[in-house]
Design a protein. Structure first.
Ligand code: CDV
Length: 313
């Protein structure tokens, strides 16, 4: 019997622009209670879980932008979730838009936290790979303005000793970048938790929805297998503000196999008894980093950002 952590990915159906945080928090609490009654110890909520996915909207009024941000965590609207979690002895992971006075200025990040079952914040992550654009694109069906509304995260990909294991976090687009998982893999991560809002439409070129789901799962499964870690990914899903989000919350084992996957575009809980020891053999043999990695050949990864074509003959 290994170290078992029963975990839930708590997918959220759409949150409309008009929905109040207090109402959303009640939905989170309902999912938390359901997970607790099934014996879960950790509940993973999505990216920007308290509001609509507001980067789809171009806003000129800074006060309006600010209304989507949390200026403290917890705050009055979110405190009931912290209280309920503590009462139930269940921890959670929550994504939210963070506004903070740091380095003498107001800063904004796309942030996620891990909260321990005692209600204390055990870890924080600020999204590093911000997708989309900073300028208004009136020609697009909707916007993806993460590069406008957020700064690039400044905390790196840390891991935390929590839940009798080693946990790490990333957010949505981060999962598509192998470096995200590898940096945590190099710190012995055993479970990566993440939230995501993936639109069903690519605003740059045509792409069928099934391919977007395929790339989502491919990223999770590759990250899990190549780093011998559990990956628990929680979506915001369905028709939000008139635009679709793919859903597809999933729990992936360190073998790369799918342990559980959501089937709706609504609030939905998926759960699994995750054995945190299951990745040990992979970490010792196939992916024994200390024995097999050849970092002398990986320099380009940290020295060069974009593609440099080879010289013409
Ligand atoms: N919220 C995200 O980061 N969404 C991106 C979209 C833009 C592709 C994602 O990687 O799913």
């Amino acid at each position: 019997m290994g170290r078992i952590l029963k975990v839930a990915a708590a997918q959220l159906g759409p949150i409309q622009r008009a929905d109040k945080r207090e109402a959303v928090v009640q939905r989170l609490i309902a999912l938390l209670r359901e997970a607790a009654s099934s014996g879960c110890k950790l509940v993973v909520f999505p990216e920007l879980a308290l509001t609509t996915f507001f980067p789809r909207w171009y806003m000129e009024d800074d006060a309006e932008v600010d209304s989507y941000f949390e200026h403290s965590m917890p705050n009055d609207a979110v405190q009931p979730l912290f209280d309920e979690a503590k009462k139930l002895g269940v921890g959670f992971h929550l994504g939210y838009a963070e506004a903070i006075l740091e380095d003498g200025r107001q800063r904004r990040f796309n942030t996620a936290i891990i909260v321990a079952p005692d209600g204390k914040i055990a870890g924080k992550y600020r999204k590093i790979h911000l997708p989309g654009h900073a300028e208004h694109r009136p020609q697009s069906p909707f916007q993806h303005l993460e590069k406008r509304y957020f700064e690039v995260g400044n905390g790196g990909f840390k891991v935390y000793r929590a839940y009798n294991g080693v946990l790490g976090m990333c957010i949505c687009n981060d999962r598509r970048w192998p470096e995200t998982f590898r940096v945590m893999g190099l710190q012995g991560v055993e479970m990566v938790v993440l939230g995501f809002n993936t639109p069903d439409t690519n605003i740059y070129h045509h792409e069928p929805v099934h391919r977007r789901m395929f790339h989502h799962m491919l990223s999770l499964q590759a990250g899990a297998y190549q780093n011998a870690t559990w990956v628990v990914a929680s979506a915001k899903a369905g028709n939000e503000d008139g635009f679709g989000l793919i859903g597809g919350s999933a729990i992936v084992a360190p073998t790369g196999e799918i342990a559980a996957q959501a089937i709706t575009e609504d609030d939905e809980l998926i759960m699994f008894n995750c054995d945190l020891d299951i990745g040990r053999d992979f970490k010792e043999y196939m992916f024994n980093f200390a024995k097999h990695r050849r970092i002398e050949h990986y320099k380009l990864i940290t020295e060069q950002t974009g593609v440099v074509d080879p010289p013409e003959d």
